[in-house]
Design a protein around this ligand. Sequence first.
Ligand code: BDR
Ligand code: CA
Length: 321
Amino acid sequence: MSKHKVIYDTDPGVDDAMALVFQARHPDIELLGLTSVFGNATIETTTRNARFLAGRFAPGVPVAQGAAAPLKRAAPEPLAWIHGDNGLGNIAIEAGVEAALDARPAHRFIIDTVRAHPGEVTLIAVGPLTNLALALADDPQIASLVKQVVIMGGAFGTDGVLGNVTPAAEANILGDPDAADMVLGAPWPVAIVGLDVTQRTIMSRDYLASLRDRGGAAGQFVWDVSRHYEAFHEQSAQLRGIYVHDSSAVTYVLAPHLYTTRNGPVRVLTDGIAVGQTIQKPSTMPVPAPDWDSRPECKVCVDVDVPGMLALYERTLCGTL
Ligand code: BDR
Ligand code: CA
């Protein structure tokens, strides 16, 4: 099987970092580049972190800096209480390993890379969707040249959850709801891995400790980077472990059979008290809904094989695939 050629659009971010290690270690993924975006921290911080992560775990893979703020709003405050003051759980970030910074802005890097590999590139987007929206705005034809877009974001209530920042919105979609509505309405194949499945997928402390003990430098890194994040989960959700957000998008690319999906167009509310809410019209729904009906179908993940997901991550890190 040929490898998945991936551009990883990311706002590192602790779980972003864990998902990068996963991709770097998996033999079926060829990382073409990382594109940074504001979100968990400022664009300066997420770009610095992306360069550190690429340099340390995926040497030779370039990083392009992306959007500093959403399309139509001010940049949000960094989520230091979740991801640490430095966006990486307050671990020491060594200097001198950082990846090269591409001269192009992220959206231009995306366009050029997609055009260089027509039909082959998978975009894994695990932050606010601003870079993807800017790429579409500059070159709408890339939608027909991308293999697939896999997004960590949104919540559809199939497991009783509609949001993690407000009662109606998940962080990445709320980060730039206008961009999200554009990206989910473009004619490219989109799969959405949202809170419905990511909050059901939990890495326990024992699981993380086992990665630390058996996963070499990558396992030790995952343990170190997740200490602050785990404390946040314990405080906020009384969880002895962490939700698996961004690595779930990577898993969908590698092993889509681990997910059950529902087809149908998705809209994002861009205003009002439920701004950032994601609403799908399932393709089985018989009534007309003009705000949805003219849009392409997305695949929304509604169920996950949790042991299968956790085993794939563990085997990848421990080199036992
Ligand atoms: C998403 O928001 C960010 O804080 C995480 O990195 C993840 O991408 C979860 O809602
Ligand atoms: Ca993220």
